[in-house]
Structure formats: C-alpha cells, structure tokens
Unconditional design. Structure first.
Length: 204
C-alpha cells in the first residue's frame, strides 16, 4: 500500500459480544481521536423484531434476509447466480462505503469492518462475562433483565451469521482481531487500553 493510502487520522473497528459496552466505548474513542463514529447498520431493536415476527419454517437470519430485500434462499425457479451477484453487490457497496469513510479517520462498530476495511486500522473485539453484559444492557438500553437475556441469547449469533454469509468470516472467534478487550474490568479502563493500542499500532 502506498504512503498516500494511509489515513491521516486513526481507524478503529469494533466488534462486541452483546452488552460488552461498545455503545459507550465507540463514541468516546471517536471523540478522543476527532473522527466519525458509525454504529451498527442493523440495530438490536430491528434484530429483536425479526425474532418476534412469526414465520413458518424460517430462522431469524432468513427473516433478516427478507427484511434486507434479499430473499431468504433461492427458490426452485430462481437462478442461484442471481443471489450470488446480489451478495457480491452488497459486499462491494458496504466495503466501498466503509473505506471511503475510513480515509478520513473512523471508529466503526460492526458492519463487517474488521474484514472490509483495507487501510491500516486497529481491529478490536470487546468481550465480557454474561452477568456483566446483561447488567450493562439493562442500564444502557433501559431493558428489564428478561429482555436483556433474550437479546444476549440471539444477538451474537445473528451478527455472526451475517458476517459468515457476506464475508465468510466468523467474528465469534479471534481471527482478524488485533486486540481482545475484557470490558468487565471497567469501560473506562477498556477505553484507555484501546486508545493506547491504536496510538501504538497506527503511530499516533
């Protein structure tokens, strides 16, 4: 990559286990670096609605694909290559959008940015134990305990299925990440660790 392709401001991608605090860390990190913050394309509320919508013999991911205007799976009369072309178009559009934003500096949550962004970046995964995540979700999103537990049960899997479908990448593992941060030790401590790692890796 040529020197001119290196962004003048830092780029940090975040992927979180649900409730691990990206809603706090992401905007704060962007503010410290003076760059744009971009959150999930599909909100937790939208994913939750897909799980609440009755549909015979359809998984939540099938319903996501329908909601995205993609259809769940090719029908018997639909050529598979048309679905593959649509997938490629979606991937290319997402990657182009992310890389255009990253050229000006960016902190981004989800959107498969860990694999889609090609400029130098720090790729971070936020994790925490289940009790910590449920407590944070209750406080951050004004949920009761039962609602927080329901979201935790499906959200990580839903977002992983999207990543696998479009990018062939499973964010539930460790591949692609420079740093895995346990936010159970405190969100401000996690924020400081990520900032320091970004400054070191990106030469800030």
């Amino acid at each position: 990559m040529s020197q001119s392709a290196v962004p003048t401001k830092p780029v940090v991608t975040l992927f979180e286990q649900y409730g691990a605090g990206a809603d706090y860390i992401g905007p704060k990190l962007a503010e410290r670096f003076g760059v744009q913050y971009v959150g999930y394309r599909w909100s937790s509320e939208e994913l939750e609605q897909l799980h609440a919508t009755p549909a015979e013999e359809q998984t939540a991911f099938d319903r996501f694909m329908v909601a995205a205007g993609r259809g769940a799976e090719p029908g018997e009369s639909t050529p598979v290559h048309l679905f593959q072309m649509a997938d490629n178009e979606a991937v290319n559009a997402n990657s182009a959008e992310l890389n255009a934003m990253a050229a000006k500096g960016l902190v981004v949550l989800g959107r498969n940015a860990t694999t889609a962004i090609k400029v130098p970046a720090l790729h971070v995964k936020l994790v925490a134990d289940q009790a910590t995540r449920i407590k944070h979700a209750q406080e951050a999103y004004k949920l009761d305990e039962a609602s927080a537990k329901r979201r935790l049960a499906w959200e990580d899997n839903d977002r992983a299925q999207m990543a696998l479908h479009y990018y062939g990448w499973d964010p539930r593992g460790t591949d692609g990440f420079d740093l895995i941060v346990d936010t159970g030790k405190g969100l401000d401590a996690a924020l400081a660790e990520i900032e320091a790692a970004a400054r070191k890796k990106l030469g800030l």
